[in-house]
Design a protein around this ligand. Structure first.
Ligand code: MIC
Ligand code: SF4
Length: 690
């Protein structure tokens, strides 16, 4: 018998049906038990409302942690009302609450709960951060979290397993873990990881600390991957010991004769500092190419056509201004660990941020902040004039630090989607913390490897991290929970539900989009919108706002009563890439979306559509995409006959008198879900039937 890779070992150990790894085939649905569920406030208010709507007394997973980290601005009552709701419902239902200020969920969960061999789910696409410590950590929509916390096993489609073989050693500190994942994005692009898990192996692995591994698995989300993970080794043990969690260590390695569907090799010693150009994390080039002002046409020649114009505009502007930057932000769940901030601090030591640059630092957790303070590094940051923000997502999700008009903003984050920073005319460039710190001082993009004056330190992982746990609120004893009153402010509205699916749906194409439409395009974030995450009718006013300012008006004109399933959206490749936010499904559902017909649909968004009773349809012939225009009237029949596997359905274009074949690929469980109108009516019925 052939040996097993890590993915197979973890899945097999959690498979509720007792299936063995050798029986798994790519695409097959498998059902697993889950060790932990994590939520964050921006998706969590809805997830917890859904859990409440399921109406069971307690969470049924071993561990549930509700984090407050995305929106903590409290600019009016709505945000603190959400926090009160999250605090009281966690106490009532038996979850731990991580208070605002404790840190970003992925960093805090890595420090406190993630361990080798676990499966955990998070209502956030960067949940794979846990893969740094050997967990299989998967980002899902809020309703998947709610039903899992209600005791349902988690369904995933068995992915292809890619072995990433790391050889050599990074030229630290100027070349860092961020450059490893940027290199992978350069090679594979934002669709390269669809339906895949990335496992990191090879002699280079032991040269990376757990937080560095976590940077890589975190941003693996941008490949479209199901998840990414490392095995566990003495480096993992060291990290857990330093977090006072040696007891959570267990050895987890692939068998030497394990098989993989694909193999990729990266020689760490040849990597250079990289950067992702606006507006996609897949637009990766070497920083040196920008410094040498390589012609834009050469930079874009290997990148997909739909990003060319953006790069021409933004890099053209960058060259004209001689590589001058306006902003530098270090932080986010990708690059805000102790090591990332310690290196940043050593670059800023004795320097001043250039006069025209606004620099911010957002620590990944309160304990990271406490540690850089304890080790005397925080002063370097403060004295250099960088502004220390809260230990939250902050500018990464457009909460503050909006760039000026037409600005160049360098950010250590994982996403630079159009408009995400809060300013559509600005361009965000994604890069490592050392590069961001150096550019802040120099005021422009320079080649870090050619730097001779500033000599950053290479830090070892500390023997002991700050491990203060006082910002967790643990739920009271079960016997005391009944008396807890769940507090809901006036902005918190019940979640709408869909209706059982009919056998036929007709409706116009209300919008036709191009490739790589992101969930930020469908449902933007930022300070104006995040306070509305618990109020679907209000947040629905922003659907497709960045790409089509009249979409909502058209939807409301044709569907003033908010009937379900009255229009379609046509998408290109990788429709719905990016975040797990189910608001990108629920709010269009509220406006009347019946389904999306696209060339391909990104995993989490596809699942969210089904969870909320909408159709994720893919063209059998991608060229049919070109035959449909916005405004065409469509009809789809035969929905009564949908089956597990791929059902070929006929989509009639009544305007053009044409027919196309579209595929609905779903599991048996999802057939039932769609028929019921989504996961909520389905689970409610199941509970009533029991
Ligand atoms: C993101 O990075 O896009 C977010 C904000 O963390 C989202 C979740 C959300 O929209 O609340 C994600 O990654 O899933
Ligand atoms: Fe928060 Fe940004 Fe990470 Fe999303 S990507 S969890 S917004 S820090």
């Amino acid at each position: 018998m052939v040996g097993k890779n890590i993915t197979q070992k973890i899945l097999e150990a959690h498979d509720v049906s007792g299936k063995k790894a050798e029986e798994y085939n790519p695409g097959d649905p498998i059902f697993v038990n889950v060790d932990e569920c994590i939520t964050q406030d921006a998706t969590g208010t809805m997830a917890w409302l859904e859990f409440e709507a399921i109406d069971i007394p307690e969470v049924k997973v071993p561990l549930a942690v509700s984090y407050i980290d995305h929106n903590t601005l409290q600019t009016d009552f709505r945000n603190p009302d959400d926090h009160q709701f999250l605090r009281t419902i966690a106490a009532k239902k038996g979850a731990i609450l991580s208070r605002p200020g404790n840190g970003i969920l992925h960093q805090v969960n890595l420090e406190n709960f993630a361990s080798p061999g676990m499966i955990f789910l998070g209502s956030d696409s960067h949940t794979p951060t846990g893969g740094g410590v050997g967990s299989m950590a998967i980002g899902v929509g809020g309703l998947v979290i709610a039903t899992t916390m209600a005791g349902e096993p988690f369904e995933l489609k068995y992915p292809k397993v890619v072995k990433v073989n790391l050889v050599g050693e990074l030229r630290k500190p100027w070349v860092s873990a961020m450059d490893v994942i940027l290199e992978l994005l350069r090679r594979l692009g934002v669709k390269g990881g669809l339906k895949r898990v990335f496992e990191y192996h090879g002699p280079g692995v032991k040269t990376l600390t757990v937080p560095e591994r976590a940077t890589i698995t975190n941003m693996g989300a941008e490949l479209g991957a199901t998840t990414s993970l490392f095995g566990s080794d003495e480096v993992t043990l060291h990290f857990l010991q330093a977090q006072d969690r040696a007891g959570d260590y267990k050895e987890l390695q692939a068998d030497p004769d394990a098989e993989y569907d694909e193999v990729i090799e990266i020689d760490l010693s040849t990597l250079e500092p990289m950067v992702a150009l606006p507006h996609s994390p897949g637009n990766v080039v070497k920083i040196r190419d920008l410094v040498e002002k390589k012609p834009v046409e050469e930079l874009i020649k290997d990148l997909p056509e739909n990003v060319h114009d953006h790069i021409r505009e933004h890099v053209g502007r960058l060259y004209e201004r001689d590589l001058r930057i306006d902003q530098s932000s270090v932080g986010s769940c990708t690059n805000a660990s102790f090591l990332a901030l310690a290196t940043t601090a050593s670059i800023l030591e004795g320097q001043t941020v250039a006069p025209h640059v606004s620099m911010t630092i957002s620590p990944g957790s309160k304990n990271v902040l406490a540690q850089i303070a304890e080790e005397g590094l925080l002063n370097n940051i403060i004295n250099a004039g960088a502004r220390v923000l809260e230990a939250t997502c902050g500018p990464c999700i457009g909460m503050g630090q909006c760039p000026p008009t037409e600005a160049v903003s360098v950010r250590t984050f994982n996403r630079n989607f159009f408009g995400r920073s809060g300013e559509k005319s600005a361009g965000s460039y994604l890069l490592s913390a050392p590069s961001a710190a150096l550019f802040a001082v120099r005021g422009k993009i320079v080649d870090p490897l050619a730097e001779t004056e500033i000599k950053p330190k290479v830090f070892d992982e500390p023997e002991k991290f700050v491990t203060e746990k006082n910002m967790f609120i643990y739920p009271p004893e079960v016997s005391q929970r009944a008396g807890i009153n769940v507090v809901k402010g006036p902005n918190i509205k019940d979640c709408p539900v869909n209706e059982p699916i009919p056998t036929q749906i007709t409706g116009p194409v209300l919008l036709k989009t191009g490739n790589d439409i992101t969930t930020d395009d469908i449902m933007m974030a930022g300070a104006k919108v995040l306070p509305l995450r618990s109020n679907i009718p209000a947040i629905a006013q922003f659907v497709f706002n960045p790409v089509d300012g009249t979409f909502v008006k058209r939807a409301e004109e044709m569907n003033p009563d908010h009937n379900r399933r009255v229009f379609f959206v046509i998408g290109g490749d990788n429709y719905g890439q990016g975040s797990s936010r189910e608001h990108a499904a629920i709010a269009p559902m509220w406006l009347g979306l019946a389904g999306v017909v696209a060339k391909t649909i990104a995993r989490i968004h596809r699942d969210n559509l089904i969870q909320w009773g909408m159709l994720p349809l893919e063209f059998a012939e991608p060229a049919d995409y070109d035959k449909i225009d916005q405004g065409d009237d469509l009809e789809i029949n035969g929905l009564g006959e949908m089956q597990a596997g791929t059902t070929a359905l006929t989509l009639v274009n009544k305007t053009k008198f044409q027919e196309y074949t579209v595929n609905l690929t779903i599991s048996g469980h999802e057939v039932e879900m769609l028929k019921a109108g989504g996961a909520l009516p389905q689970i409610r019925k199941k509970i009533v039937d029991q």
